[in-house]
Design a binder for this molecule. Sequence first.
Ligand SMILES: NC(=O)c1ccc[n+]([C@@H]2O[C@H](COP(=O)([O-])OP(=O)(O)OC[C@H]3O[C@@H](n4cnc5c(N)ncnc54)[C@H](OP(=O)(O)O)[C@@H]3O)[C@@H](O)[C@H]2O)c1
Length: 278
Amino acid sequence: MAKKDTYRERTVYISGGSSGIGLACAKLFASLGADVFIFARRVEALQEAAALIEACRTHPGQRVAWTSLDVTDHDQVLSSLSRAIAEFGPPHVVIASAGLAYPDYFDRIPFAMFDQTVRTNLYGMWNVLRALIPSMKASGGHIVNVSSIAGFLGVFGYTAYSASKFAVIGLSEALRSEMKPHGIHVSVLCPPDTDTPGFARENLTKPLETKALGESAGLMSPDDVARAMLRGMERGRFLILPGMEGRFILAAKRLLPGVVNALMDRIVARARRAAGGR
Ligand SMILES: NC(=O)c1ccc[n+]([C@@H]2O[C@H](COP(=O)([O-])OP(=O)(O)OC[C@H]3O[C@@H](n4cnc5c(N)ncnc54)[C@H](OP(=O)(O)O)[C@@H]3O)[C@@H](O)[C@H]2O)c1
């Protein structure tokens, strides 16, 4: 695992760095000596997160900064991040973590929530990468795009979310190949259910079948996800799967896709019966 000053004089940009997995990554990089720049929408959350990140610094010269922006706003992302690059320097590491899930039955997901999901998880990532990558080409670096297990396994209740997170893996695969000649590594992080404010919010609309599928697996802490991400980066992994669950599901899906579907269908049917449905 990386030592205390591994990232000294390295600059890490994190979208969604004010909460959950993004914040855990920000604290981890600060504890390894990095300068950390986070961005998200809510100013108060950014201020609170910056104080937590500062508390993890290993030396006083380390810079922690933030800006409020909406990743879905292409022009705002380009102008705010080009200002950040001019003041803070180009990133050595980018973690694209800003995202949301709005699970529900397909015909109950309002179009506005589908739209927001895809615009945040996919277009938002595209906007951030478009703003930052040109400045990284001179010295190389590492990009980690945050997808999900639901980015390679379509899960009941996640039609909007899975659509966006499958797209993140496609974007990342194509980008990996294209960035290689520039010395920019691309990874895609696929966490399992993780105990974050975002996860608590998605539980509010989760169908009982989706809950049952989730309960058959565990819940990781965001700090464990961040540490697994760092190990994956150090090992040069493209697909980073924190915990055993994701590795097991990926292997099973590749080797025995019918069995995985049958298993999920059985959990769904049992949950419906238990709730008095069919
Ligand atoms: N938690 C899980 O179980 C889990 C599992 C697999 C994958 N993931 C993925 O991991 C990433 C982080 O999730 P999390 O659970 O840590 O969520 P979280 O606690 O809700 O954090 C999400 C972060 O993204 C920011 N954000 C959301 N929409 C934004 C927008 N339009 N513009 C700028 N920033 C925006 C939020 O800040 P503002 O709201 O202030 O903008 C916040 O900083 C997401 O991509 C999620 O899909 C999560």
